[in-house]
Design a protein. Structure first.
Length: 451
């Protein structure tokens, strides 16, 4: 990275950033309080509130959102008449899954092979640290030239919409000229990337009932309708023979016209086993960023160990459907529920329940803020040009903010490049990405203020 005061300051602050990220990762802030204590999330929220106060933020508050979680807000006043930039991240994390599968403890930041491992290191506690680093670097080099609002969400991973509802009820709170969402990532390490589209999502729980109770498979199997077998058939109906998503009435032919993603690179990023084919058709970018994708997140059924010879009376599953920009998530939910109903065999009783939803998002990449970011990225990543990519995941807040503040420019950056393995075992962040993106964000704020 070429020498400049901002970059030098960020580099000098990296040891402190690592120590702070370790403190933040240590909180088991999974916003599913049936699995993890609410006190862990509350402690993480308080840590962030204290950090904002220490940086001179005023009006720091823990916002009690309608879903029972807390988001952290703070305001750092800038020069009179300056523009206002909202910086977003979230402190809640995905569950660690199988802790035994982690090479190091999931809630203990561990350095290994040049990366820092821990749940939330990239998604998105690292984003909190990125914002702090950028602001500290500017303060050390003449001051922050814009008004800054920071909002750190407490339930983004759950999709329960607490912050969206709060923002709708208090529209003045997060109003800004530009919004930087620090919850995306570069296409690969070292390639500066702004995410311009996000798929929306819906979560549907489906339950099938066939019998008053389980039956002996020897005595009744062959005639008694098995709820688990019925559920398997329903779930299989959501995919074509080639693995592409097939929800009745939902368009699956979209195409992507931006940055391309080779099959070879995707296989490496996704760690697809040798000899196993990819699913779907079209380009990889089409499949990830421009088309719907269904995933069965979980099935309630007896485990293999301890299973009894039974015909099952009921079974249920949690189904996720990602939908591309241009598709209304509410309409996609209706189509998914109708499909599940229509494809349930043998007259089995089926019930569906929507438990989460978020709309897709498309940014205006022609806005002045994008040029300010491109110039900043060129300095932070010498020799590289900022790229535009899609993101298969969802950040429901984006559409809420776009609706509330239609004049605001929205940019998505972050630390979740493919090697970070967010949501999976052994999540990690590359410290050089944290360093460079912090420099880029600081320089963006300066460029944007001058524009």
């Amino acid at each position: 990275m070429s020498s400049n005061p901002v970059a030098e300051t960020v580099a000098s602050l990296l040891p402190r950033a690592k120590a702070e990220l370790a403190e933040l990762v240590a909180f088991k802030s999974v916003a599913d309080f049936t699995q993890f204590p609410k006190s862990e999330s509350e402690a993480a929220a308080n840590w962030i509130a204290d950090a904002l106060r220490a940086e001179g933020f005023v009006d720091v508050a823990l916002l009690d959102t309608p879903d029972g979680t807390q988001s952290v807000y703070g305001h750092l006043p800038g020069p009179a008449g300056a523009k206002t930039v909202l910086l977003y991240a979230h402190y809640d994390v995905q569950p660690p899954l199988d802790e035994a599968g982690w090479t190091s403890p999931p809630f203990e930041l561990t350095e290994r092979d040049g990366r820092w491992y821990g749940r939330g290191a990239a998604d998105c506690k690292g984003g909190v640290i990125m914002h702090l680093l950028a602001l500290r670097a500017l303060k050390a080099d003449g001051g922050v030239p814009v008004n800054v609002k920071v909002i750190v969400e407490g339930s983004e991973e759950q999709g329960t919409g607490g912050l969206e509802r709060y923002a709708e009820q208090h529209p003045e709170l997060l109003e800004a000229d530009t919004i930087v969402i620090g919850d995306a990532g570069n296409f690969r390490v070292g390639l500066p990337t702004v995410t311009t589209t996000l798929r929306g999502m819906t979560l549907v729980r489906v339950r099938i009932d066939t019998l008053a109770g389980n039956l002996h498979s020897g005595q009744f199997g062959g005639a008694a309708p098995d709820a688990l077998a019925a559920l398997i058939r329903v779930l299989d109906s959501l995919r074509a023979e080639n693995g592409s998503t097939t929800v009745d009435g939902l368009d699956g032919t979209g195409t992507w016209d931006g940055l391309e993603y080779t099959e070879e690179q995707f296989r490496a990023d996704a760690k697809v086993l040798d000899g196993v084919g990819l699913i779907g058709d079209g380009s990889v970018a089409d499949r990830l960023w421009a088309r719907p994708a269904v995933t069965v997140l979980g099935i309630d059924c007896p485990p293999v160990v301890g299973a009894t010879p039974s015909v099952h009376a009921n079974a249920r599953a949690l189904v996720s459907l990602r939908v591309p920009p241009g598709v209304d998530a509410a309409e996609a939910t209706k189509l998914l529920q109708a499909h599940l109903q229509a494809h349930t065999p043998w007259g089995a009783r089926v019930t569906t329940e929507q438990i989460g939803q978020g709309q897709a998002f498309r940014a205006d990449a022609t806005s002045p803020a994008y040029q300010a970011m491109a110039d900043a990225m060129a300095v932070a990543y010498p020799g590289e040009t900022m790229q535009y990519a899609g993101e298969g995941g969802s950040i429901p807040l984006c559409n809420t903010l776009a609706g509330l503040y239609p004049q605001a420019e929205i940019l998505l950056i972050g630390l979740s490049e493919p090697e970070a393995q967010i949501h999976a075992l052994n999540e990690s962040v590359h410290p050089q990405e944290l360093e460079r993106l912090s420099v880029a964000e600081a320089l963006f704020l300066r460029n944007y203020a001058a524009g």
